[in-house]
Write a protein that binds this ligand. Structure first.
Ligand code: BGC
Length: 271
């Protein structure tokens, strides 16, 4: 099995939640190109997930579409067993599913608050717990990587940048940061590396309003020192690195993939 620079994830089996669109879809495709077999979790867009499975298959890779609402305990457990029925083991979890339901705080409904916390934070907990249980059962097996297993928590620059009008989302992402670090501390002795990725403004459906028109994009670029909106593949390549042996000593860290958004560019000519 080749574990060379071109296929650093050869032989490994990965679940990517929220894998049917945006950053998750790019992670699934780039993981497959790196040699991993990929479970592509989706909530509602089965056709998109199946298309990605087909595309990966056409390139000689292996993938499986997995319907589940990550906020539902029973559905998460069922998804992991469908994955292991097919692939026999799990090496990598990319907990990526995320939504935005934006509103000024005075107008935010409890449902909007709760659903975002349920999907973005509880969903990562449920998937990470299921993965950690599996990793424990797999202890001592032969493996294709230095770490016994890996978890990548998809966060956001809003784990550290406050975001008016997005209280539920920022609270969930702040929670992901501390959940990721606590998990990393707890699971590292068993050989599991847990890390996070904090994307900035990446061109996907979730923030279409922020980049769709030239005016909106110009305004958005004021927040990005590097001068371009990110692409899903920018994040996917970082995820491959964090999942591969190239990052073997990286444990409990958030990797910011944000074109410098967290550098507070408003301070360039001020302060
Ligand atoms: C949000 C996007 C936003 C970006 C930068 C992401 O986490 O989902 O809507 O454009 O952060 O603010």
């Amino acid at each position: 099995m080749s574990k060379d620079g071109l296929r650093p994830l050869a032989g490994q089996k990965a679940i990517v939640t929220g894998g049917s669109s945006g950053i998750g879809a790019a992670v699934a495709a780039v993981f497959a190109a790196a040699g991993a077999a990929v479970g592509i979790n989706y909530h509602s867009n089965g056709a998109a997930a199946e298309q990605i499975v087909e595309d990966i298959g056409a390139k000689g890779g292996e993938a499986l579409a997995l319907k589940a609402d990550v906020a539902r305990e029973d559905q998460v457990a069922d998804m992991f067993s469908r994955f292991t029925d097919r692939f026999g083991q799990l090496d990598i979890l990319v907990a990526n599913s995320g939504i935005q339901l934006d509103a000024p705080t005075v107008a935010m409904t409890l449902d909007q608050w709760q659903r975002v916390l349920d999907v973005n934070l509880t969903g990562q907990f449920l998937c990470a717990r299921e993965a950690a249980r599996l990793f424990k059962m797999q202890e001592g097996r032969d493996r294709d990587s230095r770490a016994a297993s890996k978890i990548i928590c998809m966060s956001s620059v809003h784990e550290v940048i406050p975001w008016a009008g997005h209280l539920n989302y920022a609270a969930a992402k702040g929670g992901i940061m501390m959940m990721m670090k606590t998990l990393a501390q707890e699971l590292a002795p068993n050989g599991t590396r847990v890390n996070g990725i904090a994307p900035g403004a990446i061109r996907t459906a979730i923030n279409r309003d922020a980049w769709e028109t030239p005016e909106a994009e110009k305004k958005l670029l004021e927040l990005i020192p590097y001068g371009r909106v990110g692409e899903p593949e920018d994040v996917a390549r970082a995820a491959v690195w964090l999942a591969s042996d190239a990052s073997d000593y990286v444990v409990g860290t958030t990797l910011y993939v944000d074109g410098g958004m967290t550098l507070y560019p408003a301070f360039r000519e001020n302060g």
